[in-house]
Structure formats: C-alpha cells, structure tokens
Design a protein around this ligand. Structure first.
Ligand SMILES: [Fe+2]
Ligand SMILES: [Fe+2]
Length: 179
C-alpha cells in the first residue's frame, strides 16, 4: 500500500479497528485488486483517503472510514463469475453491502456509500456528499494502484541504465591531466 500513515492515525483506527480485526475483512488480503495491490490494501486506502478528505470538509468521517473499508467486501473472481442481475459494476457493491451488514449495522449513509461507489459505471446518483467522496477516491486509488508501481519500475530501470551509461562514459573519458 502506498498510503501508510493510516496505521498511526488513532482517530481513524478507533473508527475501523473492530472491522479490521474481522476475518471477513482480513480475507481480502488474499485477493489481488488492481494488479499490484490486494483488496484489503485498496479498501484501507479508500477508507483513509476518504476519511482524511471528509475531515477537512466536515463530513461524517465515521461513515467514510467504515463504509470506505467495506465498499469492496466481496470474494468472487469478477473475471470468471457472471451474474444474471447485471454487470460486475452493478452487482458487487450490492454484494459488498449485504456482506457488510453481516458484520455491522449500517446507516442509510453508509449503505449509499457502498452501493453507489461505482457511480459513473452505474447510473444511480449518490444521495450524500460522503458517497461522492468515496466514489471519486475509489477511482483515484484504482488508478494509483494500477499505474504508480509501473512508473516506479520504469524509473528504477531508467536510473540503472543511466548509471551504466555514466559509468561507461567515465571509463572512456581521457583524464584531463594526461597530455
Ligand atoms: Fe468496487
Ligand atoms: Fe474499490
């Protein structure tokens, strides 16, 4: 996970620790999300970024943290599992919401955050500003998780090639004190 400060944030931890301790949530560690992250990394990232933004905007930070953490609480492989009810974008938020309700009581706001987090790919508009925060943060995290490790790899490969070039240039340079 690229956003590590969450573990040191006592306020955030006090809001989610009961959920984070649950096996149903820890199981998300075993599932790959956006190529380079696990579903648990992704969920924590969405929860913490949403919580941090919500704090600045005076939103319901409890709902942002908890529903953010639970927004992708599903276990099926979307590449191979298809549903008659609709697309993965439509179905998985509803499954996540049902699963989340088995772990904790959800407010209407928390339900809306979870069910509408795929807004854009699904048409029903979120009802609350907190739901807009989570859907936008979810998209940002998905891009960040999928793309930034690629950039890091490219940067590392470029810098190692550049050091080789520099090394070979310094070997081939005639020292200025030789005449
Ligand atoms: Fe999702
Ligand atoms: Fe997500």
């Amino acid at each position: 996970m690229t956003y590590q400060k969450w573990e040191q944030d006592k306020e955030f931890m006090s809001l989610i620790s009961d959920l984070l301790d649950r096996d149903e949530v820890q199981q998300l560690k075993e599932i790959t999300q956006h190529y380079y992250s696990t579903r648990l990394d992704h969920s924590i990232s969405v929860a913490y970024r949403s919580f941090s933004i919500g704090k600045k905007l005076k939103c319901d930070t409890r709902a942002l943290a908890r529903a953010g953490l639970l927004h992708d609480l599903f276990y099926y492989d979307w590449r191979s599992t298809k549903f008659a009810e609709g697309s993965h974008a439509y179905v998985h938020p509803r499954i996540a919401c049902d699963n989340a309700e088995k772990l904790t009581a959800l407010s209407d706001l928390e339900k809306d955050i979870i069910v509408k987090h795929m807004w854009g790919a699904t048409i029903a508009f979120p009802k609350y500003k907190e739901s807009y925060i989570v859907t936008m943060v979810d998209k940002y995290c998905a891009c960040d998780e999928a793309i930034s490790p690629l950039f890091t790899k490219m940067k590392q490969s470029f810098s190692s090639q550049w050091s080789r070039v520099k090394q070979s240039l310094s070997i081939n340079t005639i020292p200025t004190n030789i005449k």
